[in-house]
Design a protein around this ligand. Structure first.
Ligand code: TNX
Length: 512
């Protein structure tokens, strides 16, 4: 209705727009299909946003777009306000059941001189679509076409959908703690590149980072340490809910991880009955792995874990619960198997799907359980043979804590040095022999935090590589090309600078 009303008013002035090319815009991830029509939509203060109003979440997507336009070019665009005399062009965010929209994240973006239309089945799809739109709004206005400022958006059509449903980043807040504010900043930028999962590694040998109300010592004791002897920290359940909500507004799902039965020193320091390595437990602030374990044969362990998993699941709307399961070097194999099988039942009892690092496939895992591949190829194959899906996080390609090269200020290099081109130039669907795209839920880039302790250091390792992983998760292999990507990446500078992201200025990229 708004669209018709607007078109009936018809723009009086017939502006001659300069020629544009939607197909060469710096969009990341690269959309599935683009057709350029070489004119422009003049975004200005006479533009209004309208959204479907009877469907969940669409008005909020419109509001989000309006806020981001304000932040980028400082104009105020009304959302679902009544059509006024001054409105000449509209952006319409429309719920559609068109069969061309094949997934809930699919969207179509139709840009003409008079209107921008985003069609999607769900608010999630609309949200992905407005990220594309944000990316093609220029930083600078054209001040000569009319008597007021106009930001020229190239016209054309984009049809887009993700290649993988799970496009994740992981942040280790256990080795070093990162504040709610830091995580929100990370979420803002992840959302811009259509990442839809943030996995939080909430516990490890060096710290326990989430309040469990029935087990207060976990944070009173286990929350107070971190690598290097700093003060640690933890999220109260309210902090965690705040993060979950902030992520949900960006259509990002939080995946909580409690790492076990290894990587549990901080929990055992808090409640010594948990310890199964036969030694006296004391706080640990080094960076070794593989020395701690829960005592898998004690029933009290499972009562403890029932409390932990229930409390976290209760405040986690997303479908997943990650149980870690990596590097349990001092857990006997039969205890490890017993443990994973029991914990899987608890996770399922609280309505979640279990994810674990690839070692969990040694247990009798359910087909709904997901294995996260990080180093061992045969574990990934076993997962698929058992009917499970796999998340790809190969350390050699996708670990954000690996150094770029020998000059890198932070990071490790036990798996590889990962320069920006190496990070981008691999194909998830072909990476592991015997594992096909249909077995792959998606990819995730983990950022372990042994060597980083603040947001600048986080950003140095994460950016720009995470932007490439966003494209590897979303864009089909046929649409990916390093030479093309590297130009688009170099053109992210205005956005990254506006967001104050302290990215690593890789010499392989021509930064604009
Ligand atoms: C291995 S990857 C680990 C982590 C370390 C990381 C450092 C994995 C499942 N476990 O505990 O932080 O290497 O790169």
């Amino acid at each position: 209705i708004a669209l018709v009303a607007c078109q009936e008013k018809k723009v009086k002035e017939n502006i001659q727009f300069p020629s544009t090319d939607l197909a060469v815009e710096n969009i990341i991830p690269k959309p599935f299909k683009t057709i350029a029509t070489n004119s422009a939509f003049g975004l200005d203060e006479r533009t209004a946003i309208f959204t479907s109003q009877n469907s969940n979440g669409f008005p909020e997507v419109g509001q989000f777009l309006s806020e981001k336009i304000k932040e980028k070019i400082n104009i105020s665009i009304p959302v679902n306000a009544s059509i006024s005399e001054t409105v000449e062009r509209i952006i319409y965010i429309n719920q559609s059941d068109s069969l061309d929209l094949t997934t809930k994240e699919s969207y179509q973006l139709y840009i003409t001189k008079d209107s921008v239309i985003i069609n999607s089945k769900t608010a999630e799809g609309a949200f992905r679509g407005i990220q594309t739109l944000r990316q093609i709004i220029p930083e600078t206005s054209n001040d000569t076409l009319t008597d007021h400022k106009m930001w020229l958006i190239p016209t054309g059509k984009i049809w887009d959908h993700p290649n993988y449903v799970y496009r994740g980043a992981m942040l280790d807040v256990a080795r070093h703690f990162f504040s709610v504010k830091d995580v929100k900043k990370y979420l803002d930028v992840l959302a811009y590149y259509k990442i839809n999962i943030l996995h939080l590694h909430l516990s490890d040998d060096q710290g326990w980072r989430i309040e469990i109300k029935s087990l207060p010592k976990l944070t009173e004791v286990g929350g107070k340490t971190e690598v290097g002897g700093g003060e640690g920290g933890f999220y109260t359940q309210d902090d965690y809910k705040e993060l979950v909500n902030y992520a949900a507004q960006r259509h990002i799902t939080i995946v909580p991880e409690i790492d076990m039965p290894g990587h549990t020193n901080a929990a055992s320091v808090s409640y010594p009955f948990l310890n199964g390595n036969g030694k006296q437990v004391k706080p640990y602030t080094g960076t070794r792995v593989g020395f701690s374990t829960f005592d898998a044969r004690k029933d009290t362990i499972y009562a403890f874990l029932d409390d932990v998993i229930r409390e976290i699941s209760d405040i986690t709307p997303g479908p997943y619960f990650h149980i870690g399961g990596d590097e349990s070097h001092v857990t006997k194999k039969k205890d490890y198997i017993l443990f994973v099988d029991k914990v899987e039942k608890i996770v399922q009892k609280y309505g979640k799907k279990m994810i674990g690092w690839d070692e969990i496939v040694q247990a009798d895992i359910d087909t709904t359980t997901i294995a996260q591949h990080w180093s061992n190829q045969s574990n990934a194959l076993t997962a698929v043979r058992k009917g499970s899906k796999v998340i790809l996080s190969p350390a050699k390609k996708a670990y954000l804590d690996m150094q770029y090269d020998t000059l890198s200020k932070f990071g490790l290099h036990w798996a590889a040095y990962i320069p920006v081109d190496t990070a981008y130039q691999w194909s998830p669907g072909k990476y592991l022999k015997g594992i096909q795209s249909k077995d792959i839920l998606g990819i995730e880039a983990p950022l372990w935090s042994e060597t980083i302790s603040n947001i600048e250091e986080l950003e140095y390792l994460a950016f720009p590589r995470i932007i490439g992983y966003a494209e590897l998760g979303w864009t089909t292999e046929e649409n990916r090309d390093w030479e093309d990507y590297k130009v688009r990446l170099g053109n992210q500078t205005p956005y990254l600078e506006m967001m104050d992201v302290k990215y690593y200025p890789s010499p392989k990229i021509d930064w604009k």
